[in-house]
Structure formats: C-alpha cells, structure tokens
Unconditional design. Sequence first.
Length: 304
Amino acid sequence: MLKKAQEGDIRELNHMTASYTSECTVNKEYSTMVIRRQFEVENKDDERCILNSEPKKNEETETSEDTQWGLTILQLTPVASSVNSYCIPNNLKKPRIRLLDGNILEILSDEKTITTNITEIERKLKPIYGIATEEEIQEAFDTLSCQQYVIPSLTEVAYQSLDSKTLGTLEFEDEEYVSFIKIEDKPVRIIVYLDEADNLLKTIEYADRLMSEKFYEKVLKGMYPSILELKNDYWLEESEDESDEEPATVTLDEFKARITITEIIFNQDNTIVITCDADEMFGEHSIVIHTDTRGYYKDSTLAD
C-alpha cells in the first residue's frame, strides 16, 4: 500500500486508514506507517512471553494477561524497507495515534498526550517478542520525551575514517561509523552511532576498552538462560518421523555452539546492542541483546 501510494495510487491506503482511524497513521510522504495493535501473550512459570502474532480468536483476550498492546512501524524508502514492533503499556485509556511531520508521533489517551518520534521509539521501547513484564514496558514507555537525534552529514564530521585498536578502521556512513572485525574467525559488523560529534572519541575509547576485555563473552552468558528457556518452551521442532514423542530439548552446550555474533552497536550513551545469528533455531529471527551503560547484560529478545 505504501509503495502504491508513493506512486500515486492511494485508494487502498485511504480505505485502511479510514477503517482504523485511531489505530493507523501514515506520514505525508507515505514512507512511514504506524499501526496500534494487539499481540498474543503466553504465560508460563509466572513469565509473560510476548509473541509476534495476533491474539487467538474466539477467546477472551481483554486482560493484560492474554494480550500486549504494541506499535508496528513500517518504513519504506527507495533503497530499503523495514517492519518492527514495540510494546506500549496496556493501561492506556482509549489511546489514539497520530503521525506528524518529521516522523513525530503523538500517542493521545484520556489522561495525557505523549509526543515522541520514530527514532526514539526504536531506541527506547521494548521490542515485541520475548519475555517482558508490564512494569518493564511501563518503565521504558515513561522515558519517551521526543528526544532528538541529530544526524550529521559527511561534511559536518571531523573524521571521514578513524583507526581503532580493536575496532579496525571505522568509515563514516550516514549517521554512524562502521567497520568489520572477526570474533572467533566470524565476521562481525561494528557500528558506532554519531549523535554528538564531541563525544565520538570518548565512545570509541570506551568501545576499545570493552572489546579488549572481550566484554561480549559475559554478555552472552547473561543472555543464555532466558533465550534458551524460550527455545525449549516455545520453539522446539516437531519430530521428523511424526512420532508422538516430545521433541528433544536443546542443551546449553548445543545452544552456545549455534550462536554467532553478527553485529555490535555502540551508542553514545554507553549502552550497547549485540545482534546474534541463531542458526534458524527461532526461524528467521535473530537474538538482540541490550547492555547497560557499563557494558553489562541488561535484557535480550528476538527480532526480525
């Protein structure tokens, strides 16, 4: 629909936005669409596992135990497209969404109006998929303040490339510095986001120190318990011989052997995002790990 609208045919898009007035919003350029929708929640062992799927039909799904409200963000540019979903609290009363110029998003409820932007949502809200409590979702949502992320152009940066002890040669690309290194003989993309040019060298020094200490090994150890449990509780493969036997669970050693780091992102607030390939243990989903400002494990989830 977005592609057709960009080419001048907005009939399908108008029909959808008219049908879901308070739950679907599109920017003027037809490059971004935001949909407010519900996702299925499975509860097991006192944990809320949010699934990237619609709630089951013909069942009572009005309570926060069964469903999770979220925002699905679709973006379409001439060179790329993306679809990602993020959690918003279930306790918002009659929420409505409105996308304004500059990808500013207003979330209007009976209590108040939250003004944010697409970049802030992507960086702050908990993504759909994985284990998350309502308290964690609320805490992340409360940090929304429409923080602006200034994207310098190549002519505005002091360095077109930088050499680092552990990160290799970082080349400036759009809003970030990028390099490729090897970890255990596997290629890993390194990204250093450039929000404020004055903090760039400090961020690289910080990244150098953590990489020299192989901080990612401890971060992976922090991820293993929850994501392995997710695998064994919800993602076990059916037996190939169609027998009635329960599929065998994955051991920790098997799980470790199939995990490969593919990308490490260093943010200028000192938080870090590590993306791992999971060898199709979760279909086409990757594992995304977040750290705190000290480089210690914080949480992890699955992502497209």
